[in-house]
Design a protein around this ligand. Structure first.
Ligand code: KG4
Ligand code: ZN
Length: 364
């Protein structure tokens, strides 16, 4: 099945073309092309994403990316597209509704155009952005740990289910218990800020540019992760929920009472210690969930999963509890349309019919 996928939930405009096969039990993907137009520079002066600016940029970028998708596939000759598209899918939530609508409208117009005069219509279906993150580890990876390569080598004996999945992004910190690729229950969630949001807010306190996650990671590499004993919120509570606003406030109080000079000098230690506290909580809660569910594997995904220290800590923990560890290739961590293609394929097979309406608060 050849899938055209569109993503506009936040500040990245994404379009991708991929091939999918294998069905619900053994899904495999080949990404023919995935393009992302990042709006980071546009939102940076505002310290965060401005919904109406995002909308304007998506409207501008979508036709450009769509043209580029096929032009580049035809060696830049701009010839007519050859691909037979079997499915069009677009993110309908969660995210910023003005931004989501741009993708939905574009997809609807495109479907209408491609289906003109056709007897067999190409279906257009909605996709859940969080399911995109969840399935992103199935996308091809350059690393030898690629899930796809494990699947092609059944002799490796790697089992996946039951699995514990942790989705950590700018808007979500969610734990799922998965029975299969299509059945799961959500049992842990942040009660206030998402992990990525905490990284972004702490970065702002340290006067680092938006988005803060990669900036914190960069300066944390030069700091001591155990220099400051920040709280590990809810780590010892026997539930699976998270809370990051207290951790952010602890950083705020520390910085507020510091002179500018000391702040500059200790920024790396503050960033490293904050990052360590966040990682300890994420890994600690996931560990308990994996042990109690006798998980065969742990899946880590979402923008914050791009953090190398978190990946390493999670992988180490998975090894200790005897679970396989799956994480998407770096290029699939941040928002992109290839993962939406994967989510669209699975939703299509699961007969999930998400309405083609922006749903900012959509859940997984
Ligand atoms: O998944 P994503 O691209 O967008 C949402 O769906 O929210 O995640 C973006 C979030 C931002 O909060 C960003 O600061 C964070 O992921 N992030 C990171 C890193 N790279 C991105 N957080 C920690 N370390 C990173 N290397
Ligand atoms: Zn995302």
């Amino acid at each position: 099945m050849t899938i055209l996928a569109i993503e506009t939930s936040c500040d990245e405009t994404g379009i991708a073309l991929l091939k999918a096969e294998g069905g619900l039990k053994n899904p495999r993907f080949e990404v023919l092309k995935s393009l992302v137009a990042s709006q980071i520079k546009i939102h940076r002066p505002f310290g965060g994403v401005v919904p109406n600016l995002a909308k304007r940029e998506h409207i501008k970028n979508l036709p450009i990316l769509y043209r580029k998708l096929f032009e580049e596939r035809n060696n830049g000759k701009g010839k007519k597209k050859k691909e037979n598209i079997d499915l069009i899918t677009v993110t309908v939530g969660p995210g910023l509704e003005p931004a989501l609508w741009t993708g939905i409208t574009f997809a609807e117009n495109l479907a209408r155009e491609l289906n003109k005069g056709k007897k067999k219509k190409i279906p257009l279906i909605g996709a859940n952005h969080l399911e995109g993150h969840l399935y992103s580890f199935l996308l091809p990876s350059r690393s030898t740990r690629a899930y796809a390569s494990i699947l092609r080598l059944p002799s490796s004996g790697s089992k996946i289910f039951p699995a514990i999945a942790l989705i950590v992004s700018g808007g979500h910190t969610t734990l799922l218990r998965m029975k299969s690729f299509s059945e799961w229950s959500r049992f842990g969630e942040t009660r206030d800020d998402a992990a990525g949001e905490a990284f972004d807010k702490v970065a702002r306190l340290l006067e680092l540019p938006y988005p803060g996650g990669p900036e914190i990671e960069k300066i944390a590499a030069k700091g001591n992760p155990f220099a400051i004993a920040f709280p590990r919120p809810m780590l010892d509570q026997r539930n699976y929920d998270f809370s990051f606003s207290g951790l952010k406030t602890a950083v705020l109080y520390l910085i507020r009472d510091m002179k500018q000079e000391a702040r500059n000098k200790e920024a790396a230690d503050i960033a490293a210690s904050f990052q360590q506290a966040a990682i300890d909580v994420l890994v600690g809660k996931t560990k308990r969930a994996a042990e109690e569910s006798a998980a065969e594997s742990i899946i880590l995904c979402g923008g914050v999963a791009a953090n190398k220290r978190l990946r390493k800590a999670m992988e180490f923990m998975a090894g200790k509890v005897g679970a396989a560890f799956f994480v998407p290739d770096f290029r699939w961590n941040l928002d992109n349309a290839a993962m939406i293609g994967a989510a669209g394929y699975m939703a299509y097979l699961r007969k999930k019919k998400y309405p083609l309406k922006a749903d900012g608060g959509m859940e997984i």
